[in-house]
Design a protein around this ligand. Structure first.
Ligand SMILES: Cc1cc2nc3c(=O)[nH]c(=O)nc-3n(C[C@H](O)[C@H](O)[C@H](O)COP(=O)(O)OP(=O)(O)OC[C@H]3O[C@@H](n4cnc5c(N)ncnc54)[C@H](O)[C@@H]3O)c2cc1C
Length: 385
């Protein structure tokens, strides 16, 4: 194991999409180098390595849609060969009459961003995509720019570029406490020793918002979601679009010779790898009975659960800590942290380096929007000598 350096330009806590994309973006603009601390034996062990891999641009929140669209362009530029990371399958958002307003809102957002999209009646959609034949819906929003990402390739690409530019990934290395000097964060005490840096970046996913803030954690809530992989099924292939149902929410896409599905559950949970809950399989069956009754007797080959972490307004937290100078947050990426990752990292890097990006409104993601004056915990931080 390589020893930790005693000083570094940046310390990033967490090697998921938030930390990896921030390191990638910093490495394009700054020559300081840095260290990424990861408590697990490898990167991407939590949500970043266990998600559904959808790049879904049809979002009613224009901020999320614009971060995702910007990320799409970055991913294309990062690819060494076409579709190596992002397979542009397109995506279909389906709804019934009573939920047309929500899909209309996503359609308006896509149009305002200049992203190709089309509203289709059920009849037209079924003519164009034969696999929809037995599925129940009234209207479809078709976006050909959506797709499926090779999440391990993307994470590795971010980290590889950052490594070549002077970032080190320290695995099996937990950030335990912040080190403060004169009220400023100057470093981190880790399970492998102390390390000092100009900026410490909390990108710790479900654990975020607690470092140095034991008495006043940022308001982030991890929520458990299940994914299921079915047995062999002759419905969709790898180049077919993913399908997302609005209310009751459910999605599926091709995975191997079967489907990857989620009943879109979101149960508040403690940080960690949550156990699966049989209630999620029941929820999946109920939702399938409503939208696609012919899939009622689906065999399940594999299932797992992991956490999506949200701020109260379901927007990310990207910006300086409201009370602790020297600490920066990149967290609360919710259900879109993979598909927004490059733009999230880019925005974080701009703000860390003191630039004001003209393509995003930093106030919308500022951690200070939830600020209530933080009381410094003596347990959560060390004073440097
Ligand atoms: C079931 C499911 C499906 C999803 N599907 C999609 C999708 O289709 N598209 C999409 O864009 N997004 C999706 N997401 C959301 C996406 O996975 C997350 O938004 C994203 O992975 C969050 O990345 P992160 O880096 O913030 O967190 P994580 O991936 O959790 O990374 C945080 C890292 O920090 C490390 N860490 C924590 N504390 C410490 C510490 N003290 N010291 C050192 N290391 C520490 C952890 O070990 C972890 O590796 C899905 C999520 C789930 C759960």
């Amino acid at each position: 194991m390589k020893p930790l350096p005693s000083t570094s330009g940046y310390i990033i806590v967490g090697a998921g999409f938030a930390g990896a994309a921030t390191a990638w973006a910093l490495s394009r603009r700054s020559h300081s180098g840095g260290v990424i601390l990861e408590r697990e034996f490898s990167f991407g062990v939590h949500a970043s390595g266990r998600n559904a891999a959808l790049s879904k641009l049809s979002e009613s929140d224009s901020l999320i849609a614009s971060l995702a669209w910007r990320t799409t362009s970055h991913i294309r530029a990062l690819e060494e060969s076409p579709s190596e990371i992002l397979r542009a399958t397109g995506g279909l958002t389906l709804c019934d009459e009573p939920h047309i307003e929500e899909v209309d809102a996503a359609f308006a957002v896509l149009q305002s961003q200049g992203i190709a999209c089309e509203m289709l009646t059920a009849q037209n959609a079924k003519m164009r995509f034969a696999f929809l034949r037995d599925i129940r819906f009234d209207l479809a929003l078709w976006c050909p720019e959506e797709g499926v990402v090779d999440i391990h390739a993307l994470l590795s690409r971010y980290l590889g570029i950052a490594r070549r530019a002077g970032f080190t990934l320290a695995t099996n290395c937990a950030a335990e406490e912040l080190i403060l000097k004169g009220g400023r964060v100057v470093g981190v005490r880790t399970s492998q020793g102390e390390i000092f840096a100009d900026t410490v970046i909390d990108a710790s996913g479900a654990w975020a918002g607690r470092l140095g803030r034991a008495d006043s954690p940022l308001p982030l809530q991890p929520r458990r979601r299940h994914l299921f992989v079915s047995g062999q099924l002759d419905l969709v292939g790898a180049s077919d679009p993913f399908v997302w149902f609005e209310d009751p929410a459910l999605y599926f896409r091709a995975e191997g010779d079967g489907l990857l599905l989620s009943p879109c559950d979101e149960t508040p949970s403690a940080p960690g790898i949550p156990p699966t809950d049989p209630a999620a399989a029941e929820l999946l069956a109920e939702k399938l009975a409503r939208h696609a009754p012919f899939l009622g007797d689906l065999s399940i080959r594999r299932q797992w659960a992991c956490l999506r972490t949200f701020a109260p307004d379901r927007r990310p937290l990207i910006g300086p800590d409201p009370a602790l100078p020297g600490l920066f947050h990149v967290s609360g990426l919710g259900g879109s942290g993979m598909m927004t990752s490059a733009a999230v990292g880019e925005l974080a890097a701009d703000l860390i380096l003191g630039a004001s990006p003209d393509w995003a409104d930093a106030a919308q993601v500022a951690p200070g929007r939830f600020h209530s004056p933080a009381r410094q915990s003596s347990k959560s931080s060390l004073q440097a000598e």
